[in-house]
Design a binder for this molecule. Sequence first.
Ligand SMILES: [Zn+2]
Length: 246
Amino acid sequence: MLTRTEGIVLRTAVFGEADLIVTYLSRDHGVIKAFAKSPRKIKSRFGSSLEPLTYSRIAVLGREDAQLPRLTQSDILRPFQALREDYATLVKIMQLVELNLRFLPEREPNADAFRLLMQMLGKLEEGGSRELYHLYYKYRFLQIAGYLPGLEICGRCGSVSGDRAVHHFYLAHGSILCEHCAHDGEEKRPVSAGALRFFQGMQKWRFATIDRVTVPEPLVGELGRLLDAHITYVLARPLRSSAFRQ
Ligand SMILES: [Zn+2]
């Protein structure tokens, strides 16, 4: 069966002497893998379309349940070349790519994750406030994946966070806890009241309007570190099956 879709190359892995296994985040089928025959030969018809982050129109051939369908077509729609030219930029983006690889089950359609990554790559290529984009991407991605941390109410009793200057985020709960529910000895991170308010406002953001947002840089840094700690904690444990996510 021939399947046509569009996809962003997440990564490639060498297979045999001249072949590659290409992992895509596709528009219609979520994360998919395809076997590319001889792309490393000089006259390969795939050209540079298998470079990481390249957005292409692709076709894969194989039975629906085949583990590794064969890539038969790959035409570049948008190369995102500039994002690969600067090493520091690329390293940061590959962390986001890693989120897709780790959180999203293979062959489970996820149009939201696809759209989000497309928007993110587009914004990064334009330039602008990259730290803010990265923070916003992680926020939306965790929401899509069903792992957005809870920073609005106590994760145990549901009480609304009070007027304290500093709250605490408990990694094992994935949320803040009020002082009645928190126990000593649980791994936690302090979160400032300013960061909490800022985080709660992020729900209204969109990539289309994000450049109008002005945020103090320390808050972006604080929330970025908090989300990273949360992600590291979550990924160190088995993920919930998608059927159990809210
Ligand atoms: Zn509580």
